[in-house]
Design a protein around this ligand. Structure first.
Ligand code: BG6
Ligand code: MG
Length: 219
């Protein structure tokens, strides 16, 4: 029986995946690296520093910067990103998400956030959803990021549930792998192609109703 939902944030609850993309794209441009949406799929769910490494590799510049310079570059990206999240309000919850969170709360399901983002708590505050959640896994506490299952396993622990009692929701390929690796039922938000490893795929969050999720997960 499903007793908990473990959510990714960026691209599932709100459209910050787009802001991450735009901020990385502008930093990449400054470094003389072109990146498109297809390449960006690889960055979803991946930590800030790992994303920077992937971009540098993509532009064949992996040996061009010292660790210190890389920290400075990642900080620049984060500053631009933080500017864009300042505009977030509760209206920025993706379609269907508010209802899903409310229905899950009403039914007594546990809810945890499993986001790689260090900006997660601030975004939840801006969306005014932090009270609906029972816990937020601190990405700084992880020994390995997505696709490692650790973040979802910790989410389940936070809820006091077995992984088999939880559903994980993701929009990143690395995130779906992490959910599957944790032994949870995975819901993928996105194209059939990008989400092909998910147990249940929706192209749009508006199709994420609690009834459908529970029905699919208990099959
Ligand atoms: C994930 C995003 O949720 O968080 C990634 O999908 C992002 O794109 C990662 O790099 C880390 O985010 P932040 O806000 O800590 O830089
Ligand atoms: Mg995401």
């Amino acid at each position: 029986m499903i007793k908990g939902l473990i959510f990714d944030l960026d691209g599932v609850i709100t459209d910050t995946a787009e802001y991450h993309y735009l901020a990385w794209k502008s930093l990449a441009k400054k470094m003389g690296i072109e990146m498109d949406r297809e390449f960006n799929e690889q960055l979803k769910g991946i930590s800030r520093m790992e994303s920077l490494d992937l971009i540098l590799k993509h532009g064949n510049k992996e040996n061009d910067y010292s660790e210190e310079e890389k920290i400075e570059l990642a900080t620049q990206k984060n500053e631009e990103y933080k500017e864009s999240i300042k505009q977030i309000t509760p209206n920025d919850l993706l379609p269907g998400i508010e209802q899903l969170l409310k229905d899950a709360k009403e039914k007594g399901l546990g809810m945890a956030l499993a986001s790689a983002s260090k900006n997660g708590p601030e975004i939840m505050k801006r969306l005014e959803i932090e009270d609906l959640f029972d816990g937020v896994v601190d990405p700084a506490s992880l020994s390995a990021g997505k696709p490692d299952p650790e973040i979802f396993v910790k989410g389940a622990e936070m809820l006091g549930l077995d992984v088999s009692e939880c559903v994980g929701l993701e929009d990143a390929e690395a995130g779906v792998e992490a959910i599957n690796g944790a032994g949870m039922f995975s819901v993928g938000v996105g194209s059939k192609d990008a989400m092909h490893k998910a147990d249940f795929i929706v192209e749009d969050t508006k199709d994420l109703t609690l009834d459908v999720i529970l029905e699919r997960a208990s099959k």
